[in-house]
Design a protein around this ligand. Structure first.
Ligand code: SF4
Length: 457
């Protein structure tokens, strides 16, 4: 297998929720198709009359609740997730017949929300979440001027046939599994966070100060999402009429008599805060996805405010968390549509457990064990967002993922590391295989589980 050559900035993406695979990646697909269309000869662009987009798999089944149509429109209008104004997304979601101008540089065409349509749930494309973009000519019977398939493979990552790998450096300490990662650490006498940092510098081309600045920015955006979510009140968008709860949980956490209750309620409030911000379509950091974006910030906030962990230790913890996310992406999946919620909240919980272990000074074996325990106890978790909205069960699930991360960290740090039986590589393989065997309806389609058993009228 090829070595992992991902950047931490591929994994921790900043942008609007509610879904990395259904919102961020479709926006990137729209932007890429716009650039492709702009590269056509002027004569072809002059003939263009519009764009149609087919949404296959869970992308179509859960398009409404994930804001997929407005995300594609925004991409076609030249927006990218890191810079798209949330109020533009809000406006694009209102009227499916409202024409939006798409500037092809030399010709301007109109695209409407109704041009972006759900298609088959079951199909033959190699990835469950597929988008097919077509630039149409003057007559519907004409050959399309341009067409391209895009695969949204989780965590906001996008692939397409014939895609050229981005030009970037190669890792200086190549690994493709936890086992080989530990072997490289031993070979070069490096700590886990130092190895990830040196690989990051080689892959991204940034110097150490640049990587540290990027980590600080990620931690700052996570913190901002916590603070905004703790201050916000009201009803979240969508038909569920779900009230925000983070502020109330936070207020009541402070009044709890027992310190252990205060601790757990504070962590839950922070996880709710970010998950509610995500559900509102506001800016969060994928960690590793939008739906699971509350787990790591909640644990980080607890470490800052209740455990007194320094910012430098948090940076080092985030590098360890990134290594766990890389391994999951490389050897299994981080997409709910591919592996169910074990791949999102389960991986987020494993990353958070690694963050805790690394940032509080434990070695690689405790860090691996903590991540393994956290993921092991999410195995088999299905993805069943009610009515396709990343709200129920997703918001509460972020709080549960944070609590499991903390418990996993406690278990791992309290036993002799060598007594641990299951390795991170084994549990990742189990997660991958469980995801493959999982019935499609439990993989972000809203056709099974809570999504069909909960009465939402
Ligand atoms: S159930 Fe889990 S995987 Fe599915 S959308 Fe919600 S958070 Fe993501």
């Amino acid at each position: 297998m090829d070595p992992i050559a991902l950047s931490i900035f591929d994994l921790f993406k900043i942008g609007p929720g509610p879904s990395s695979s259904h919102t961020m990646a479709p926006m990137l697909a729209g932007l890429d198709f716009l650039e492709l269309a702009r590269s056509l000869p002027l004569q072809a662009k002059a003939q263009a009359r519009g764009v149609t987009v087919q949404l296959f798999g869970s992308l179509g089944a859960a398009a409404e609740g994930h804001g997929t149509v407005r995300a594609v429109l925004a991409g076609l209008m030249g927006q990218d997730p890191g810079h798209c104004p949330p109020d533009l997304l809000d406006r694009l979601g209102i009227d499916p017949d409202q024409a939006q101008a798409v500037d092809l540089h030399g010709a301007v065409i109109e695209v409407r929300g109704r041009d972006i349509r759900p298609d088959r749930l079951v199909h033959d494309f190699p990835f469950q979440n597929t988008l097919v973009f077509t630039l149409n000519g003057p007559n519907t019977s004409d050959e399309p001027l341009l067409t391209r398939q895009y695969f949204s493979v989780g965590g906001g990552f996008l692939q397409w046939p014939g895609q050229k790998p981005p030009r970037r450096g190669q890792p200086v300490h190549p690994y493709d599994s936890m086992r080989s990662l530990k072997a490289r650490m031993e070979e070069f006498g490096l700590s886990l966070h130092r190895l990830v940092l040196e690989n990051e510098m080689a892959v991204s081309g940034l110097d150490e100060a640049g990587v540290q600045a990027g980590l600080d920015h990620i931690l700052a955006v996570m913190d901002q999402a916590v603070q905004r979510g703790l201050a916000a009140e009201g009803v979240l968008p969508g038909p569920l009429g779900l009230m925000r709860k983070a502020r109330k949980i936070h207020e009541r956490a402070m009044g709890k008599r027992r310190p252990v209750d205060q601790f757990l309620a504070f962590m839950a409030a922070c996880a709710f805060a970010v998950a509610e911000e995500n559900a509102a379509g506001h800016v969060i950091v994928t960690a590793p996805t939008c739906g699971s974006s509350g787990v790591i910030p909640a644990v980080a906030q607890v470490m800052r405010e209740l455990l007194g962990v320094s910012e430098q230790s948090l940076r080092e913890g985030l590098l360890a968390a990134a290594a766990v996310g890389f391994l999951a992406k490389h050897n299994a999946t981080i997409a709910g549509a591919e592996g169910g919620c074990q791949a999102e909240i389960g991986v987020a919980s494993a990353m958070a457990a690694a963050l805790l272990a690394q940032a509080t000074g434990y070695g690689v074996q405790v860090t691996e064990n903590a991540a393994e325990i956290a993921l092991e106890h999410h195995l088999g978790l299905t993805c069943d967002p009610v009515r396709g909205y990343v709200q129920i069960p997703c918001i509460e699930r972020n709080a549960m993922g944070a609590a499991k991360a903390y418990t996993a960290y406690l278990i791992a740090s309290d036993v002799v590391p060598a007594m641990h039986k299951v390795g991170l590589d084994e549990v990742m393989a189990a997660m991958r295989d469980t995801g493959r065997d999982m019935c499609t309806k439990y993989k972000e389609t809203s056709l099974g589980g809570l999504a069909t058993c909960m009465v939402t009228c």
